[in-house]
Design a protein around this ligand. Structure first.
Ligand SMILES: Cc1cc2nc3c(=O)[nH]c(=O)nc-3n(C[C@H](O)[C@H](O)[C@H](O)COP(=O)(O)O)c2cc1C
Length: 330
């Protein structure tokens, strides 16, 4: 495959994606989860790179206040990749400029999301049905930012008449300087359940010229090892496996080194949950504490003593109150 010509593209220089020691451990993009607080926590506990929640190109273009707020970061997060979704190439130039000015390390494009609100407008994974449009979106980004561009997609989608695969996608974008591809090893039709197709991921690694990150179903260090061994990918993206366990990245690194890994005790988990709550409060004030509720349920999953404190854990109003509750969870 011949490399893309530098002509017309701003983002041809060397970038952080090629500097990592492998395997690369990434926090996958998750709307409602991978906000600045959670990203920082994951970076501090072993993630090499973190992705933001998906962010609307249209909303950035029209200066929507809430979406502009999603450009806020915390010191220590870098490298951090902001993920965009949308389907209007003419809006991309302004959106990527915002992302560049906000100091992100890279920009990812979402071609994998099956959520109704995204798919209804022809975005996310349904863009695989219109690969010309995919190309136009990515070309607009490469022409208008120096930041490395990456993509995230699934193994296939069926449009009724034929199946469009990640290989069609790779073939279509081969003339563009795309630095990395995160592949969720499930089809659109599978949603978020069922077997991850390691054979397809292995073939993606062979065919895509940039960094390949495997994703899907990785909720333990052992499963990460299987993904790496069976596919040869450069790294892994962890999504639901990180719920209530931002330290999973450290466990993975330890397991890959020594075939064993630590199990956090209650004291460690309380410390982590408190740190998380502090960052959330710093970024979002009281609303950040409300958003902590779901995380707290995940942190204390599997601790029967904590379940008697469930009511308190959804009613606390301040960090001090949370600390007091923690004192009673033993
Ligand atoms: C709550 C939630 C939000 C997600 N949001 C995004 C998103 O914003 N962008 C994206 O590309 N994928 C998103 N995903 C998909 C994940 O990044 C990942 O591809 C998928 O969950 C499979 O990985 P897993 O089996 O490890 O969870 C989301 C998944 C979940 C569960």
């Amino acid at each position: 495959m011949s490399p893309p010509s530098a002509e017309g593209f701003q983002n041809m220089q060397k970038n952080f994606w090629t500097e990592f020691k492998k395997p690369i451990l990434a926090l996958a993009p998750m709307a409602g989860i991978s906000d600045a607080a959670f990203r920082l926590l994951c970076r501090k506990h072993g993630a090499d790179v973190v992705y933001t929640e998906m962010t609307s190109i249209d909303a950035l273009y029209y200066d929507a206040k809430k979406t502009l707020g999603m450009l806020k970061k915390l010191p220590g997060e870098k490298p951090v990749v902001l993920q965009l979704f949308g389907k209007r190439p003419e809006l991309v130039a302004k959106a990527v400029k915002y992302v560049e000015e906000a100091g992100f390390s890279g920009i990812d494009f979402n071609f994998g999301c099956p959520a109704k609100k995204v798919v209804r407008h022809g975005g996310g994974v349904t863009l695989l049905k219109n690969l010309d449009l995919v190309h136009d979106l990515l070309k607009a980004a490469c022409e208008n930012t120096k930041l490395p561009i990456s993509v995230k997609t699934r193994i296939s989608i069926n449009d009724g008449k034929k199946k469009i695969t990640v290989f069609d996608f790779i073939e279509k974008i081969k003339d563009l300087p795309i630095s990395a591809l995160m592949i969720h090893g499930r089809s659109y039709e599978q949603g978020f359940v069922g077997e991850v197709d390691y054979e397809v991921i292995k073939e993606v690694k062979k065919r895509f010229k940039g960094i390949v990150i495997g994703n899907g179903g990785l909720d333990s260090p052992e499963k990460v090892k299987i993904m790496l061994d069976r596919t040869g990918v450069d790294g892994v993206g962890i999504a639901r496996g990180v719920y209530g366990r931002p330290w999973i990245f450290e466990q993975i690194a330890e397991y890959l080194r020594s075939k064993k890994y630590f199990t956090p005790d209650l004291k460690y988990i309380k410390k982590m949950a408190l740190e998380h709550a502090r960052y959330n409060y710093k970024m979002k004030g009281d609303h950040g504490l409300v958003e902590m509720r779901k995380h707290l349920c995940w942190y204390f999953r599997g601790f029967p003593q904590a379940s008697s404190f469930r009511k308190e854990l959804v009613l606390f109003k301040t960090i001090d109150e949370l600390k007091q509750i923690f004192k009673h969870i033993k």
